[in-house]
Ligand binder design. Structure first.
Ligand code: PGA
Length: 255
């Protein structure tokens, strides 16, 4: 996807049942205009992906899975694989802090998921970010370094073009605590520096990096105005159709 497109991702998390999701997406579809400079991605409950893939206008909305297992098939009760999602989800969240901290996903799971997504033509959105205590200890950049190395270790420079990175400071997720735009810029520069180290300057420039963490309609423009920010990952505010539409419109204006 071209860098001149802002990527706006809605993470519904474990909210809305199938019926509610369908109604919500209908409501959103009536409000959201298709802009050539904005790609809107919805990550609803996995249950609804298949029906939404028939419901949505794919120029208006792309779909993302919130989680999946990295093996292709086999005796893994309760899991969904990337090949099963192929053609239904165009994106996948990987390494979200709730997966890392609540479900104890390790770097080896995360890197296997990044690879499985890429292998199945699904663009992984690799989430990285420090906790409040890591931040207080001044460890933000080393955490980002380790999570990037951990997640991307088997990814070639050709595959990197399919990967999106989301900087999500854990202390800002779902807390209403806004990261300062200057802190976001510093963290995303550190991410691009690490990519430069691993893949070279051209990739550091071209890799898409999003910001996420308590983004609201009121704060979206401040982040989108940052030249290093290529889009937003929105949790709570994406459950309000009006607020989310406003965020999308701000991305259009920011491009
Ligand atoms: P939030 O969630 O916008 O509710 O902080 C962001 C996320 O979890 O990706």
């Amino acid at each position: 996807m071209a860098k001149d497109k802002k990527l706006i991702v809605a993470n519904f998390k474990m909210n809305l049942n199938m019926h509610e999701t369908s109604l919500y997406v209908k409501e959103l579809a009536d409000m959201v205009k298709v802009h050539r400079d904005v790609e809107v991605v919805l990550a609803p409950t996995t249950l609804t992906l298949q029906s939404l893939s028939l419901q949505v206008n794919h120029r208006q909305f792309k779909l993302a899975v919130q989680n999946f297992y990295w093996r292709d098939s086999g005796a893994f009760t309760g899991e969904v694989s990337a090949p099963q999602l192929r053609g239904i989800a165009q994106y996948a969240l990987v390494g979200h802090s709730e997966r890392r901290h609540i479900f104890h996903e390790h770097e080896k799971d995360i890197r296997a998921k990044v690879q499985a997504a890429v292998r199945n033509d699904i663009r992984p959105i690799l989430c990285v970010g420090e906790t409040a205590s890591e931040r207080a200890e001044g460890e933000t950049h080393s955490v980002l370094h380790d999570q990037l190395i951990g997640g991307l270790i088997n990814i070639t420079s050709e595959d990197l073009e399919k990967v999106v990175i989301a900087y999500e400071p854990v202390w800002a997720i779902g807390t209403g605590r806004n990261a300062m735009p200057s802190d976001v810029t510093a963290a995303i520069r550190a991410i691009r520096n690490q990519i430069k180290h691993l893949y070279g300057a051209a990739h550091a420039e071209s890799v898409q990096v999003l910001y996420g963490g308590s983004v609201k309609a009121e704060s979206a423009a401040d982040y989108l105005a940052l030249s290093d920010v290529d889009g937003l990952l929105v949790g709570g505010a994406s459950l309000d159709a009006r607020a989310f539409t406003e965020i999308i419109n701000k991305a259009h204006k920011a491009s």
